[in-house]
Design a binder for this molecule. Structure first.
Ligand code: BGC
Length: 767
């Protein structure tokens, strides 16, 4: 199967021709969503071929019992799973007595399109049944950006060469499973299935977690453009409900089914209100009508693209790739609800079943900060603030005291639910990303109030963790952090991972710096926080000591920080010496061999230099890059973007472009041979970073907004917009010119190629 089968187009993802081997991959790629819910592009009609059924609702999870070989104290009892939720897209179709199933009929033509500008999914196909009957089908569906609880389908069938009976049965089904269930259990219980006039409802509930969901549908038909109400038979089954319609078609007739679906859930309503709320969504949607709802969808997306779009001229595949990533990030998280977050696979698959990783803080925050109103990124921070008590409990379970917090590696509700000891217990650098995200947000927005009201408590609890986690080595006469896993998960239980130690040191310093500022500028809040956290002078003095005496492994000869103690004992051979047959090494080598090797899964030391680039000069960066880049195998999708940004910054333009290519079309061209499992949503934010921070050279250090735009020689031009505290700036770069336009009324100050620029509203600067 050709993996790169998506047809290049600036605003659409297109697949032509039917290949059953591609179905699971396309189900991921053509996924839709609106931040509240989302789904894989499963077919509406029956399909007996290979498929991963997936429809998900933000925040709804199940605690699947942990399955491990050797239980270790401190493991979480369960692994929270993003749950496959009741299916509302299904439509059974029979022509005479033959089922419409693309795996069983002769598919004469097939085209699928995900329109990115307007955000709808369309499939058009013609099939021939054994009887010789040819049916022409076009289905279009979308999940409404405006009405979050609404999904709609327009399903058109045309009897091309026959007259006869069509049985069409739209249904809702709560009899769904997760393919990755640890014990093959069913995670839903059905409370009731009911109908009221033209509407049907399934009230279901997740076992253990008790989330209640009402899934509802209503169907409207037209025949040759005229609305009609065919007789229906109701089939109420144990876990699903069909409305079945038998309609006689004459040759050439066009039947359209408009299926409206509503999904309401108990995070937003009392149980008794779930059904009335779903009913309201349906009533209003039906009254508005499909075409007007589609118009609303277009308008909502026009607004999103206004600030989020990146235009690339001269490279259609790059254009398609970046828009696809922006689209899918918006499908996953839209930022109205601080209880939701960004799962690495979003609403496109089950793997990485837990919702939230450090990916959010380390990679996604800048995307949302620059493409949306600041409340969106703030909600991501508030999500962690609301989990602070759980992070403290989590640290207590591991033996920490005095309200030190360890945020989980993977979580749905604040509790840790990852269970590999090397990661659960050791990959503690994630704690640092929580603080870095606060710093990033405050630096960009100037909203210091966030630290005053919420952020400081998080920073204090994390500082406490670092102080307790470090220990004094009398041998080194320094503080050390032992037994960790850095971002490079191809090393476990290492001592003094540079990234972790550096971040810990910075976290402690940042905590002290902010305490001082609060004391001076917000004395009342300062006292409130001190009282609430019982913070003592003795404690902060200890933070100071640990920070100033933190050990950072360094090689004097090469003048580089070492990834960890002893890194140079390894046999250092560039990854280019590996044969392609050995890559990715995680699929070809034993774990033992990987651990001993010098190969780096993802940016580690370089991740640190990227976060703190303002503290290193270009020569430092280049030395580190030249040492670590050749050893990095980029077997995490989060890796190439960081290398691309740094490469741009140090003038390695070809490398920057090469790394950019590895992230830009990762899923569209299925580089990692796993797109069928879902999309790499969080690394999509990394691609955006590669363009905006990499080629665009945008930085935001010390409250300064900086641009140093460059352009890959393969492109004619590119342009991106950012929302900088309500001011929309457009950055345009071609091979010959750079133009920055202020599209808002207010004056804005930034640095362009190291020179300060004050740009009035609706003015450009052109170089
Ligand atoms: C990476 C982690 C990341 C996780 C989820 C892993 O492969 O090594 O850094 O958090 O994927 O994206």
């Amino acid at each position: 199967m050709n993996k790169a089968y998506i047809i290049p187009d600036e605003w659409a993802i297109i697949e032509e021709g039917f290949d059953p081997a591609r179905v699971p991959a396309s189900e991921s790629i053509f996924s839709i969503g609106n931040g509240y819910m989302g789904q894989r592009a499963n077919f509406e009609e029956d399909y007996s071929g290979k498929s991963l059924q997936g429809n998900y609702i933000g925040g709804i999870y199940y605690p699947d019992k942990t399955r491990v070989g050797w239980w270790k104290n401190g493991y979480p009892e369960y692994f929270a799973k993003v749950l496959n939720a009741p299916n509302w897209i299904g439509i059974h179709i029979k022509i005479e007595d033959e089922i419409l199933d693309l795996n069983r009929v002769d598919v004469l033509s097939f085209r699928q399109e995900l329109n990115m500008k307007e955000d709808w999914l369309k499939r058009s196909f013609r099939v021939k049944f054994n009887s010789g009957n040819i049916l022409d089908v076009e289905s279009q569906r979308f999940i409404s950006m405006k009405r979050k609880e609404l999904g709609v389908i327009k399903y058109r069938v045309k009897a091309e060469n026959f007259s006869g009976k069509i049985q069409i049965a739209p249904y809702i089904d709560a009899g769904i499973k997760n393919q990755d269930a640890n014990y093959d259990e069913f995670f839903w219980k059905i409370n009731d299935i009911e109908t009221e006039g033209d509407q049907a409802f399934i009230n279901s509930e997740t076992l253990k977690t008790g989330f209640k969901v009402c899934t509802a549908m209503q169907n409207v038909f037209t025949l040759n453009g005229i609305e009609f109400r065919p007789e229906k038979t109701i089939y109420k089954k144990e876990k699903s409900l069909d409305f079945q319609y038998n309609i006689n078609l004459s040759e050439g007739d066009e039947l359209i089914l408009y299926k409206y679906a509503a999904v309401t859930q108990s995070m937003n309503y009392d149980e008794k209100d779930l059904k009335p709320a779903a009913q309201k969504v349906l009533n209003e949607a039906v009254a508005t009508g499909y075409e007007s709802l589609l118009e609303e969808q277009k308008t909502a997306w026009q607004k999103i693209w206004e600030t989020a779009d990146i235009e690339i001229k001269g490279d259609i595949k790059a254009q398609q790739g970046i828009r696809f990533n922006i689209l899918q990030l918006n499908h996953t998280y839209t930022g109205e609800d601080a209880r939701l977050n960004i799962g690495p696979k979003g609403f496109t698959g089950e793997k990485y079943g837990g919702s939230t990783y450090w990916d959010t803080e380390a990679y996604c925050i800048p995307f949302y900060l620059s493409t949306k109103d600041k409340q969106v990124a703030k909600n991501l921070l508030v999500y962690r603030y609301n989990h602070l008590d759980k992070a403290i409990e989590n640290a207590e379970k591991l033996g920490f005291t005095n309200a030190a917090a360890l945020y989980p590696m993977v979580t749905m509700n604040g509790e840790e639910c990852h269970n590999e000891w090397e990661i659960t217990f050791e990959e503690i650098h994630r704690n640092g990303a929580m603080v870095y995200a606060i710093y990033n947000y405050v630096n960009y927005t100037g909203d210091y109030d966030y630290i005053v009201q919420k952020g400081m408590e998080v920073i204090i609890a994390i500082a406490r963790f670092w102080q307790q986690r470090a220990n004094f080595s009398s041998d080194k006469n320094k503080y050390v952090i032992l037994g960790v896993t850095g971002p490079n998960e191809y090393e476990n239980n290492v001592h003094n991972n540079f990234y972790t130690n550096y971040l810990a040191k910075w976290n402690l310093e940042y905590a002290l710096e902010n305490l001082e500022r609060l004391k001076q500028e917000f004395p009342v809040d300062y006292q409130r926080i001190i009282d609430k956290t019982n913070l003592t002078k003795k404690e902060t003095a200890q933070w100071q000591k640990v920070a100033s005496e933190m050990y950072l492994p360094y090689d004097d000869k090469r003048r580089i920080f070492l990834q960890q103690d002893g890194f140079l004992d390894k046999e250092i051979r560039p990854a280019s010496a590996l044969s392609p047959a050995e890559r990715p090494i995680n699929q070809h080598w034993s774990w033992d061999r990987i651990l001993r090797s010098c190969y780096i899964k993802q940016a580690d030391v370089l991740q640190g230099l990227y976060f703190f680039e303002n503290r290193f000069d270009k020569k430092d960066l280049t030395r580190h890059f030249d040492f670590y880049e050749p050893l990095t195998v980029h077997e995490s999708s989060l890796s190439p973007c960081v290398h691309s940004i740094l490469a741009s910054s140090i003038g390695k333009d070809d490398k920057a472009y090469e790394m950019y290519l590895r992230t830009a079309r990762l899923d569209l061209d299925d580089y990692n041979h796993e797109v069928d499992e879902g999309l790499h949503i969080t690394s999509m934010a990394g691609t955006w970073l590669s363009v905006v921070q990499g080629f665009g050279g945008m930085r935001n250090f010390d409250n300064k907004l900086i641009f140093n735009p460059k352009i890959p020689k393969q492109w004619q031009s590119y342009a991106f917009k950012i929302n900088y505290n309500g001011v929309i700036l457009k950055i345009y770069k071609s091979q010959t010119e750079t133009i920055i336009s202020n599209l808002s009324d207010e004056t804005v100050t930034f640095y362009l190629n190291d020179k300060e620029v004050r740009l009035n509203g609706h003015r450009n600067i052109q170089l």
